[in-house]
Design a protein around this ligand. Structure first.
Ligand SMILES: [Zn+2]
Length: 143
């Protein structure tokens, strides 16, 4: 365990004991015993700490999830250049893959729809892997 954590831990245990002692002293003057008050107040403080801790952890989780969602949202946005279908003016258009996209032309104010098409392509074979047919010698024309 590192030193600052140990310091914080011992300090909080010390404060908890101190508060419990104070409650014990104050409570025992009204009703019951010092130790009764001491343990009850210590138990209540531990429950309080547990509740606060779980609340903080949940809040941190919520913040983390929100930042993740925002990051995903940013990632799903692309800006591409498209020519207006009315006047052919080039526009920078933000595109999101998970929704229908439209844009208003900067030049003619017409609303364009965006159609996306995806194609599968074969990846170019490395040059070493290409076997040239032996029976057809390559001819170079020199002019
Ligand atoms: Zn236009």
């Amino acid at each position: 365990m590192n030193k600052p954590l140990l310091k914080i831990l011992s300090a909080s245990i010390g404060i908890t004991c101190l508060i419990s002692t104070l409650f014990g002293l104050a409570g025992s003057t009204i009703v019951g015993t010092f130790w009764g008050w001491f343990w009850v107040s210590m138990l209540l403080m531990f429950i309080g700490f547990a509740v606060v801790n779980s609340f903080l952890i949940q809040r941190d989780d919520a913040i983390l999830r929100q930042t993740e969602m925002e990051a995903l949202d940013k990632l799903s946005k692309f800006t591409i250049k498209l020519s207006c279908s009315y006047c052919q003016q080039s526009n920078a258009v933000p595109i999101q893959l998970n929704q229908r996209n439209t844009f208003k032309c900067d030049s003619c104010n017409q609303v364009n729809g965006v159609s996306m098409q995806f194609m599968a392509t074969s990846i170019t074979t490395p040059v070493e892997g290409v076997k040239l047919p032996l029976e057809t010698p390559i001819e170079f024309k020199v002019s």
